[in-house]
Design a protein around this ligand. Structure first.
Ligand SMILES: *Cc1c(COP(=O)(O)O)cnc(C)c1O
Length: 495
């Protein structure tokens, strides 16, 4: 059986289902597979439907769940909630492919993991015959929040609280969260940025006031620091690869590149895990917006927070602390928990850390980093629409631009798959401005106009938003975070 161990202390280990319940290790580290004994060659999955690929991969990576448990989670998650029977369709562009990850219930790629995470969690609870409650605390830069709220709404044994930055998320994203259904959900805006929200959630686990309030309540996380969020993301790397074989673009065994619009480094890390367990991946191209801390890191080997935080058109990537990078450092260093812990300590105390050159060489043998300015992002959206009649969102555009840069710089002819991470209709104002120059401030008016211009249908769950009542309006100061969380824990404990 695979053990998941803390990236800061190898002795703190958990079975896969325990890692799902706990989210974050008690020392603040991230549960990471101790080693990956699994090998799944692409020939094993060609021609299979998405659900079968998911069952195979999750069964191997979370091997203390039974086959029946995994199967039930997979079929419950990947059904008609997705508006494409393929779950993750692949579309050709002139210079590559778009992996469409936004056909789920909230029109964001986070749905792929967050439709299954609550199921993995309840299955884990059943395994342990537990009856206490799990309080899911989630920080969001926009998309995770709604996908988690939708996935956990009225799920037994759970309550979910989402924190989002008051300024930064799009109007549609805010409305998606504020109108959430479910008796076990709470949505709170924070006067701060995403990193402040994430810090609050991470701190809560070890905060005394919060701990005292958690009587019969276990705190867990739906962020990509939860292993149960990460592993389902490995699946679409495989399913997209299979599609390229099936449509004759590549032969089984040929390499492909993936280009990943990156924030917290969860999505791209799942690509790395896919490569580790046998998918023929050449390069993973890490695409950043103006918050280009990862591009600089890949180029210099120094991860430094000494920089300005930018609010961009691609808010889900407006992140300075990329949490899942810690998992990569741990894996690349050969599970060196002391080194990983000391780097994270440096980050917290000095605002930066540097990675030894041998480790950087290993990282660079797979990862490339490119960043895209706001102007370039806008130009990519406009050109793709005008020349190829394809409408993409602002995050995907950052990936598309990184692909162009990579191809122009290296001349590499290996097929490139860009991960398309959100529906353009989640960012109507900006996408419309990019393609037509119109500045329509009312998001629903912009949505209608965008649909008129593009002919691409608006997902029904976004269309119906304008008629839903707003349930959540609370705004808090960052400094009140621990107290607010403690109060919420009491409320959950009292049922
Ligand atoms: C979350 C998100 C990303 C970044 O993914 P990470 O796993 O955090 O790197 C990119 N695009 C969109 C639309 C997102 O919601």
């Amino acid at each position: 059986m695979i053990r998941y161990i803390s990236s800061r202390n190898r002795l703190e280990s958990a079975a896969p289902h325990e890692a799902v319940i706990r989210g974050l290790a008690s020392d603040g580290g991230l549960y990471t597979p101790e080693f990956l004994p699994v090998h799944i060659g692409p020939e094993e999955i060609i021609g299979l439907p998405y659900q079968d690929i998911a069952a195979k991969i999750l069964g191997a990576l979370m091997d203390d769940y039974t086959e029946e448990e995994i199967r039930a989670c997979v079929t419950g998650a990947y059904d008609s909630k997705f508006d494409s029977g393929e779950i993750v369709p692949l579309t050709k562009t002139e210079r590559g492919w778009l992996m469409e990850l936004w056909h789920g219930p909230t029109s964001a790629f986070k749905d792929i993991a967050l439709t299954i995470l609550p199921r993995l969690l309840t299955a884990a609870y059943r395994k342990e015959n537990r009856n206490d409650k799990v309080a899911i605390l989630t920080a969001t830069s926009g998309d995770t929040g709604k996908a988690a709220l939708s996935g956990f709404a009225d799920v037994e044994h759970t309550a979910i609280t989402v924190f989002y930055p008051e300024i930064g998320v799009s109007a549609i994203q805010k409305l998606q969260m504020a109108t959430s259904r479910g008796n076990n959900v709470e949505v709170i805006a924070v006067k701060g940025n995403f990193d402040d929200c994430q810090r609050m959630v991470k701190e809560a686990v070890s905060n005394e006031e919060v701990k005292a309030a958690c009587k019969g309540v276990t705190i867990s996380s739906a962020n990509s620091i939860n292993a149960g969020r990460l592993m389902p993301q490995v699946v679409y790397y495989y399913s997209s690869y299979a599609k390229l074989v099936e449509n004759g673009t590549i032969k089984c065994g040929d390499e492909v590149n993936f280009v990943v619009p990156t924030g917290n480094f969860g999505d791209i890390l799942a690509g790395y895990i896919a490569k580790q367990i046998g998918l023929p991946v050449k390069n993973l191209i890490c695409a950043s917006n103006t918050n280009n801390v990862l591009t600089d890191f890949l180029n210099t080997g120094v991860y430094s927070l000494d920089r300005k935080f930018h609010t961009t058109m691609s808010p889900s990537m407006d992140i300075l602390i990329s949490s899942n990078l810690e998992r990569l450092l741990f894996m690349i260093s050969g599970n060196d928990d002391k080194l990983t812990a000391s780097m994270m300590k440096d980050l917290k105390e000095k605002g930066s850390y540097s990675v030894p050159e041998e480790m950087m060489a290993k990282i660079r043998s797979t990862f490339r980093g490119y960043w895209t300015s706001e102007e370039e992002c806008a130009a990519v959206i406009r050109d793709l629409f005008r020349k190829e009649n394809i409408l993409i969102d602002t995050h995907t555009a950052v990936g598309q631009m990184a692909m162009y840069r990579y191809q122009d710089e290296t001349g590499d002819k290996t097929p490139c798959i860009v991960l398309s991470t959100a529906s353009p209709y989640k960012f109507c104002h900006d996408v419309l401005a990019c393609i037509s120059g119109e500045d329509i401030r009312d998001d629903f008016a912009a949505m209608d106009r965008l649909e008129e211009l593009s002919g691409m249908p608006v997902p029904s769950q976004l269309k119906e938003l304008r008629d839903l009542p707003v349930r959540f309006r609370r705004v808090i100061e960052t400094s009140d975070g621990m107290h607010v969380i403690a109060e919420r824990m009491k409320e959950i404990a009292n049922g």
